[in-house]
Unconditional design. Sequence first.
Length: 134
Amino acid sequence: MIEYEELRADIDRYLMERFKYRKSLVSLTIDNVITTRRNSRIDLYLRIRKVESLFPPYCLIIARLGFSKERIGHGTHFLRFLTGVALKYGFRYIGIECANTKSGAFAKKLGFNSIDCENYSIIVDNLISYFSME
C-alpha cells in the first residue's frame, strides 16, 4: 500500500489545485484503489493494477470518473494529467471500466481500444501522441 501513497498524493494535489479544495480529497484503500471522499464536484474511483486481468498489466483503470460540471474539459484535463502520472510510476496502459454511452464516446475520441464493448484501454504512449497533436 505504501508503494502507491506517492501516486495518491499526486492525484490529491492535482484535484485540490484544479478544483480549489483546501483539504485532502483522496484516499488509498487496502486493495489499491484510489477514491475521492463524497463531495459535490468530483467522483473518482481508480484501480491500480500491475497484473493482467481483463485489462493489460501495468494499467491505471478508471472505474468511475464524474464531475458536477460536464463538457467543459475536466475529463480531458484529468486524462492528460493521468498520462503523466502513468509515465512517472511506470504504468503502460490506462483503462476505462464499464463505460456508459458518454464515457465510451469519450474513450473512442481519445483513441482507446474496446476490450469488450464496455471496457476500453490505451497504451500511454498513444495518449501522449494524441495530446501532443492537440
